[in-house]
Design a protein around this ligand. Structure first.
Ligand code: SAH
Length: 240
């Protein structure tokens, strides 16, 4: 083989509500309320590079798993979907620990805008950590990318949804937060928790409470009779 390595340059960066890994959906499209800005960086922040993209409802975002890339990779991993009990080949999974730390997500393109000399793509349905480096953007082509008779191996359909409730206090905090920021925090939390973000080995542990960071908020919930109850939302920056 003549090519032994390729130099890939980031063309953009993600600004997302997900400030830590815990809570990020395991695939794109599952949490439609999860929104981000994809900011193009110089010398790729030229409007003409996006000409024609407006007409596409969805795009492929290719990115670097920057947060886990220094942890290396393994030939087999235990997918959460199999309860963390069975090993599958790394190339049969969407594990972030891969020989090349490359990720790809189909996301909805909500719009393209220029703001304070920054060129931004508004995207939703994301599964991307804040500050993720983006290496490419391509249009999603329904005629080629939708495969109606495709089979889903050991992951044929999404996990069953867990019911989510808010306390009167956390419901009120979400209402005020929406008024101040326009962000639909309650819908976002509900969609994230219904996917059950807990690691597989804790799926049968109903004693603990859990916390996750969204934007500058810390959200806490516990389990009550098979339901996730969101009991606390406070301002708190995530630990680095
Ligand atoms: N659509 C991706 C899915 C990868 S798994 C793909 O097929 O390549 C999804 C997980 O990636 C998320 O749950 C999140 O924990 C993790 N993730 C997202 N952005 C990341 C980043 N920049 N670095 C490391 N992990 C990240």
């Amino acid at each position: 083989m003549n090519i032994t390595s390729v130099n890939v340059k980031p063309i953009g960066i993600i600004h997302s509500c997900f400030r830590q890994k815990f809570g990020i959906p395991r695939q794109p499209g599952l949490v439609t309320a999860a929104r981000a800005e994809l900011e193009l960086v110089a010398p790729y922040n030229r409007r003409e590079m996006l000409n024609g993209l407006e007409g596409f409802s969805h795009i492929w975002v290719h990115f670097i798993f920057h947060r886990t890339m220094d942890e290396g990779w393994r030939p087999t991993i235990r997918p959460p979907r199999l309860g963390g009990k069975k090993r599958m080949g790394v190339f049969a999974t969407r594990s972030t620990h891969r020989p090349n730390p490359l990720g790809m997500s189909v996301v909805k393109l909500e719009g393209i805008r220029e703001s304070d000399n920054r060129l931004l793509l508004d995207i939703s349905g994301i599964d991307l950590l804040d500050q993720t480096p983006v290496v490419d953007i391509k249009p999603y082509l329904p005629y080629a990318d939708i495969i109606n008779d495709a089979s889903g191996g050991f992951a044929p359909e999404p996990d069953a949804g867990t019911p989510v409730r808010f306390t009167p206090q956390t419901e009120e905090i979400c209402r005020c937060y929406k008024q101040q920021t326009g962000r639909q925090l309650d819908v976002l939390i509900e969609q994230i928790l219904s996917q059950d973000p807990r690691p597989a080995y804790l799926h049968n542990n109903n004693e603990r409470s859990y916390g996750m960071h969204l934007w500058e908020l810390n959200i806490r919930w516990h389990i009550d009779a098979g339901c996730f109850v969101v009991y606390e939302i406070k301002q708190q920056e995530p630990p680095e």
